[in-house]
Ligand binder design. Sequence first.
Ligand SMILES: Nc1ncnc2c1ncn2[C@@H]1O[C@H](COP(=O)(O)OP(=O)(O)OP(=O)(O)O)[C@@H](O)[C@H]1O
Ligand code: SF4
Ligand SMILES: [Mg+2]
Length: 324
Amino acid sequence: MSDVILEVDGLSVDIATARGPLHAVRDISFSVKRGETLCLVGESGCGKSMTSLAIMDLLPKAATRSARRIAFAGEDLGKAGRKRINALRGDRMAMIFQEPMTALNPAYTIGNQLVEVYRQHRNASEAEARDRAVYLLEKVGIASAAERLGQYPHQLSGGLRQRVMIAMALMCGPDLLIADEPTTALDVTIQAQILRLLADLQRELGIAMVLITHDLGIVARIADRVAVMYAGEIVEEGLASSLFTNPRHPYTRGLIDCIPVPGRTTPGGKLGVIPGVVPSLVGEIRGCSFRDRCSHSREVCSATVPVQSAINGQRWRCILENAA
Ligand SMILES: Nc1ncnc2c1ncn2[C@@H]1O[C@H](COP(=O)(O)OP(=O)(O)OP(=O)(O)O)[C@@H](O)[C@H]1O
Ligand code: SF4
Ligand SMILES: [Mg+2]
């Protein structure tokens, strides 16, 4: 059995807009191994959510996906029918959204919803499904779990709802969990607790996780590998340890310079910002998409930019061999 759980090769997502097709994701490739945490990072609008929705086949109507291959545990999802995708989703591959109310139905108790997810995919009795729900609510740190089953989503705080959604994603014991900014709707102290919980559960249960987050501090703590997206492309990817100690792409360097580092960042001081804005994704981008913001930019950067790689598997799309 291959140890790769998710393989994405040449994924693009186009969105129809009044100004023409918006190329939200542009020919990206990456893979995730069983039990591994890949963090997908990059500033707002660079295509992280579209990437995760494309993998789960949950894109909005205006968006279309194309790919050479998207495979889950070796199975080509591009060739799988709707029925098969529905069977995999929520069972072996699950997703946690930024806003829990996207996934929770306000009209049903959380018990009903947890039980329903389990019984949809497993030939289990109501009692078995309820036991599993209580077990998972306890696992995500919810006290008096059995009583909570009878409550409706609006009766819970934002933090509790997010925990319920994590429990729901884990009900069937997935092999892959995609978490898209799972905490940004919560206040800062709760964010840290939930991310810690996710990281602990991921390790304990051996689930592969794709975590999308703006928080590079969290990435540094929990990622095995990191993919950095910019303007719909992956501009750098590699082991977290290599990427943080030796970032090669100027955009990655810019992002890392923005992380507060104990001893380096003055408390309350201003973090580094990368000047400029992301280019429009409507129409083609010729050459390096980062060149308007890059201090190393030169003439050759407006032609096709090569992908470079280092021995440890780190890959980056830039003319520079080492951006140091
Ligand atoms: N429904 C839509 N219609 C038109 N454009 C869209 C739509 N949804 C997303 N986009 C555009 O697609 C691009 C990628 O969006 P996406 O949501 O994947 O970004 P993101 O990296 O997840 O950003 P954020 O960090 O803000 O969540 C952006 O330019 C965005 O404006
Ligand atoms: S290819 Fe050129 S413009 Fe793009 S990041 Fe590298 S040096 Fe900068
Ligand atoms: Mg997003």
